[in-house]
Ligand binder design. Structure first.
Ligand code: UD1
Length: 442
């Protein structure tokens, strides 16, 4: 398996371009199942999760063309299978996003239960309860969810109250509701920018969705959806990761093709810490930092628009370099501190107290051999490696390849000393996601 070799201690300087948001592209690709006409998506990031999602759609019978590397033209006129198999769902939990669209258009779907994953149990009970409210019959058979619309009818619009904010749960339900009969109202809906992006695509396809970005989304079902073309929003987590990379190395970066308003809470928090961030225009940020000046600040992860759990690990790496004590409270996932023990191996002073990590800083980090455990944890280890003395080797970087497009090339272009070392034993084997050996995660 590939690993990264990083020699720390260099300040990053230069310009970085942000890729499209994986967490938006994944549901938008699934939405193509809602119509027999073509859906064309631009700015799709070139990351492993997208390759996995494409493979799933093709297995179902979709025809996917990529006229350009980041453009996917998806035609789902001839869907023959209605199943997301265990091997794919366990490598990428977001494959459950085909459930809503398949059920709504074809009246049937079979999706493997995701099971445990690196960052917690992560059930899909809320997805299933919501679809049942729309009239779906749901059974569990041999580890699979088997869902049907009774008597080959349509799903029926209904009012659904989510007990907990769920991003993919909201996406599954709202995709299903676009083809249901009548009105669906989703209360306590997720408000992430990726939800808004998906709704924009759905409305371009002919859906009638209102309220995206607020806690109440209203969908008036239509009989059929049609062709559409859509550009995926920039990745706010990649944006936050590069802002943090500039901060932790005491560097200066221009971050292009981002959407500052999607990163407002992360920008505000980093400013509190002492990082200078300027919004040059609606798609460009300028970040500058004198690392000696940074001070620790507490953070609590919460659903959007609050601080994202997907930035928690990177923020923890930064807090090892700030003055004072930072309490980082994780409220979304119960087991999302696995990077802490790897950071400790590099010299960080971190104490875990239930859902809280207490980080004492600043501590000089020393390069070490560490292991990536999930996508965002990997990013935090890269950040730590950039500032650690000497050589850091990060094992299992297939996790980072799931969601960051060419991160090592982007970092190298702005001055980092980082290289990908290919394992001579596995260099000729299929990539990990294709041999189905990975754990599920964000
Ligand atoms: C999405 C993101 C992931 C991010 C997460 C939280 C995608 C592809 N992934 O994941 O990067 O970290 O949102 O912002 O967009 N829950 C239940 N039952 C359910 C569904 C969720 O109990 O049926 C719980 C989860 O275990 C978790 C919380 O609700 O504790 C939020 O999870 P959710 O928003 O659903 O995360 P994902 O959509 O899987």
């Amino acid at each position: 398996m590939d690993r990264f070799r990083i020699i720390g201690g260099r300040s990053l300087r230069g310009r970085v371009t942000i890729s499209g948001a994986k967490n938006s592209a994944l549901p938008c690709m699934a939405a193509a199942l809602l119509t027999s006409e073509s859906v064309t998506l631009h700015n799709v990031p070139y990351v492993r999760d997208i390759i996995t999602q494409r493979r799933l759609l093709e297995d179902l019978g979709a025809h996917v063309l990529t006229p350009e590397l980041r453009t996917h033209k998806i035609a789902c006129a001839h869907i023959e299978l209605f199943e997301a198999p265990y091997d794919l769902v366990k490598t990428m939990r977001a494959s459950v996003l085909v459930l809503g669209p398949l059920l709504a258009r074809f009246g049937k779907a079979k999706v493997s239960l995701p099971g445990g994953c690196a960052i917690g149990t992560r059930p899909i009970d809320l997805h299933l309860e919501a679809l049942q409210r729309l009239g779906a019959q749901v059974n569990l058979e041999a580890g699979y969810v088997v869902a049907r619309v009774p008597q080959r009818g349509r799903l029926q619009g209904a009012e659904v109250n989510f007990d907990k904010v769920t991003v993919t749960g909201t996406e599954n339900l709202l995709m299903a509701a676009t083809l249901a009969e009548g009105r669906t109202v989703i209360n306590n809906a997720a408000r992430e920018p990726e939800i808004i992006d998906l709704c924009e695509l759905l409305n371009r396809m002919g859906a009638r969705v209102r309220g995206a970005g607020t806690p109440t989304i209203t969908i008036d079902g239509v009989e059929a959806l049609g062709a559409a073309e859509h550009t995926i929003i920039p990745d706010r987590i990649e944006t936050g990761t590069f802002l943090t990379a500039a901060a932790i190395t005491g560097g200066e970066l221009e971050i292009k093709d981002c959407r500052p308003e999607h990163s407002a809470i992360v920008i505000a928090k980093l400013r509190e810490v002492g990082v200078e961030i300027e919004e040059i225009n609606q798609s460009t940020l300028h970040v500058r930092c004198c690392a000696d000046d940074l001070c620790a600040r507490d953070v609590v992860t919460e659903p959007h628009p609050r601080f994202p759990t997907d930035m928690q690990a990177q923020y923890m790496a930064l807090m090892t370099q700030t003055r004072g004590t930072a309490r980082i409270t994780e409220t979304i996932f119960e087991n999302r501190f696995m990077h802490a023990s790897e950071l400790q191996r590099m010299g960080a002073r971190i104490r875990i107290e239930g859902h809280m990590a207490v980080v004492e800083g600043p501590t000089p980090l020393m390069g070490a051999r560490v292991q990536a455990s999930d996508l965002r944890a990997s990013a935090s280890l890269v950040l730590a490696g950039l500032v650690a003395a000497g050589e850091t080797i990060i094992e299992r970087v297939y996790h980072i390849d799931r969601g960051y497009e060419k991160i090592e090339a982007k970092l190298r272009a702005v001055g980092a000393e980082i290289e990908r070392v290919r394992d001579s034993v596995t260099a000729n084997l299929p990539p990990p996601a294709e041999v189905g050996a990975l754990q599920t995660e964000a």
